[in-house]
Design a protein around this ligand. Structure first.
Ligand code: UT7
Length: 330
């Protein structure tokens, strides 16, 4: 407990990835690329791709049900559902409302949160504030994406890096000194032009011309995003460690957004964190945007790499540009 505020803990976690695996070799038959290029530039070997009948809400629903089971929480107990996504089922209603209905969380409010690939970190911080103030006692935070629907499968600079998936956590209050210790969120809208999906909103509604010009797909200046991501995630990790009152040597485990192995390695080098303390699964899932951090966290927990009492830091970076970090005592 900090002052009169109550700490929020991750009381349960669940994930969901589509069955279909798309390997780098498969991509060689789709665009002019090679397994060697993708692996050496990004560390990605394969990614999951949603089937035509799977939307973002479907993956989110499965992850949410698994997280509630893990936390031993009934749907009626959920006070709030937040879905962080960049690939909602529709512009509205919010994907969170679709999930709220599907899981039977009939006593919950629900909304989507858009903060690029940092969305899960943002949603975790937002959700934790409802717990901290004592307003709510059970908050479901979900990161879910089907970005495969929004990549231009003729653009080798983007279609090789993104993948689909979802992860969900249940936040609960705790009376001990564990849980979320510190967080920091950042944005630089001025740099936002480096990663956009230009059409389909109020500025450029869908027309034949926007479709023909492929403006409904992700456009990315990968090189710029790469540089910004390394700098931002390194800095915010140090900021949350400092505000949690932790020395770098006290950090037990580091979970960065899984965008690119080279980015992760560069951030870990900047922070002087040995690789055995860093979760890396970008090789198997690619960049799943808001789902990447919960997918990585679940893997770290399942494999026993995080133990009770460990200090962990999670950092994200993405469109906006946005970035942020959270320090947690497990
Ligand atoms: O989640 C947050 C948002 N996204 C990110 O964090 C992504 C950050 N950026 C990246 O991960 C990297 O920039 C990429 C993996 C996307 C690209 O790697 P890069 O080393 O920055 O390559 P590049 O875009 O500078 O392109 C280098 C060359 C170009 O050819 P020329 O102009 O030098 O002849 C590209 O056309 O590589 C070419 N290229 C490819 N070649 C084979 C770009 N994509 C591919 C490809 N296969 N898939």
């Amino acid at each position: 407990m900090i002052g009169n505020l109550i700490n929020a803990v991750i009381a349960g976690i669940g994930v969901c990835v589509p069955d279909r695996v798309l390997t780098n070799n498969d991509l060689e038959n789709i665009v002019h690329t090679s397994d060697e290029w993708i692996l050496s530039r990004s560390g990605i070997r394969e990614r999951r791709i949603a089937s035509p009948r799977e939307a973002t809400s479907d993956l989110a629903t499965v992850a949410a049900v698994r997280a509630m089971e893990d936390a031993e929480v009934m749907p009626e107990q959920v006070d709030l559902v937040i879905v962080a996504t960049n690939s909602p089922d529709m512009l509205f209603p919010a994907t969170a409302c679709l999930v709220q209905d599907r899981i039977g969380a009939k006593n919950a409010g629900a909304f989507d949160l858009a903060a690029g690939c940092t969305g899960f970190i943002y949603a975790l911080c937002v959700g934790s504030q409802f717990i901290a103030t004592g307003s709510y006692s059970t908050v479901l935070v979900i990161g879910s994406e089907t970005l495969s629907r929004f990549v231009n499968w003729e653009d080798r600079g983007t279609c090789v890096i993104f993948g689909d998936g979802a992860g969900a956590v249940v936040l609960k209050p705790v009376s001990e000194d564990n849980g979320i210790l510190a967080f920091k969120l950042w944005s630089d809208g001025g740099a936002g032009r480096h990663l956009t999906l230009p059409a389909g909103g109020s500025k450029r509604p869908a027309t034949k011309d926007t479709v023909d010009s492929k403006l409904h797909y992700i456009q990315m200046n990968g090189h710029e995003v790469f540089k910004l991501a390394v700098r931002a995630m390194g800095k915010v990790a140090q900021e949350v460690l400092a505000s949690a009152g932790l020395k770098k040597s006290e950090l037990d485990f580091f979970i960065p957004h899984q965008a690119n192995l080279k980015i992760i390695e560069a951030v870990a080098r900047r922070l002087d964190i040995p690789t055995e303390k860093v979760l890396i699964n970008v090789d198997r899932y690619g960049n799943t945007s808001t789902a990447s951090i919960p997918l990585a966290l679940e893997e770290a927990l399942r494999s026993g790499r995080i133990k009770k009492g460990d200090h962990i830091v999670m950092v994200g970076f993405g469109a906006g540009m946005t970035w942020g970090g959270v320090a947690i005592k497990w």
